[in-house]
Design a protein. Structure first.
Length: 265
């Protein structure tokens, strides 16, 4: 991605500002991080337009990046947005203070669930997710190297993504609609001054199932504490305590379903 030319409308806003470059591993995106703004450059996709529409709808409803400028040149799309400040919820401090972490994560989930979704433009229900999953499976876009070790292969529950996709179609749970973040993992939830300071990577937010965010949050807690992410093990960390703070009984069938669904993305 070295052949892009940043549009003049955005250049005027960032000229002279220092930044860091963050190349996202598995995507075709490039991120320029300024002190108070973030510029995301992606190859043109219609889904990017929907993500920007969703971001604009979220303004004033939850603390999230605001769209400053959005341009396209036919090959690339350029999204300049405000930068949300705060520490990621997977920061060492929060991993070493799980009670504080669970309290803030529960608050973040309740913030999402309290939003009126009657006019929400984004739909992330199972029909939408399974339709996208089918496209990914049929076009060999699923990277099984990132999957849980018990999902695929000789020692896994499913032989391949095709078999998993069919199982997901045949075992769809009931739908509990809320405003869903879409990727509620610890790096995407920021805290500051003992409060939820922001949600980032909200382009896939929309009307989704309540348990999707819970499932991805639980998996993120599990892998940030067992050394899978970050390489540090927190032996006294108990992800299940999140449910006590949320005041709900874990629905393990739905949690397992949405973790398996995410294996195809």
């Amino acid at each position: 991605m070295n052949d892009y030319i940043i549009p003049e409308s955005i250049q005027k806003l960032i000229n002279g500002k220092t930044y860091e470059v963050d190349d996202i591993g598995k995507s075709d995106s490039k991120i320029l991080i300024f002190d108070d703004m973030v510029l995301k450059i992606q190859k043109c996709r219609s889904a990017n337009d929907s993500s920007v529409e969703m971001m604009r709808w979220l303004e004033g409803k939850i603390p999230a990046p605001k769209v400053i400028c959005y341009e396209t040149d036919g090959r690339y799309q350029y999204l300049l947005m405000t930068r949300v400040k705060g520490m990621m919820s997977c920061d060492k401090y929060y991993m070493e203070h799980p009670k504080e972490l669970f309290k803030l994560l529960a608050k973040a989930l309740h913030m999402l669930w309290s939003v009126d979704i009657s006019d929400c433009p984004g739909i992330r229900d199972l029909d939408a997710d399974l339709k996208e999953a089918k496209i990914r499976v049929e076009n060999n876009l699923v990277d099984i190297s990132y999957a849980e070790p018990t999902t695929f292969g000789d020692n896994g529950t499913f032989k391949n993504p095709e078999e998993l996709y069919q199982w997901l179609v045949d075992n769809q749970p009931d739908f509990e609609p809320v405003l869903s973040h879409g990727d509620f993992c610890l790096p995407n939830i920021l805290f500051e001054n003992e409060e939820v300071s922001g949600f980032i990577d909200v382009g896939d937010a929309g009307i989704g199932d309540k348990w999707k965010d819970i499932a991805l949050c639980y998996r993120s807690l599990k892998h940030n504490s067992d050394g899978t992410f970050g390489g540090v093990v927190y032996p006294d960390f108990k992800p299940e305590e999140l449910f006590e703070v949320l005041g709900i009984e874990p629905n393990w069938e739905k949690i397992n379903y949405f973790i398996l669904l995410d294996e195809l993305f």
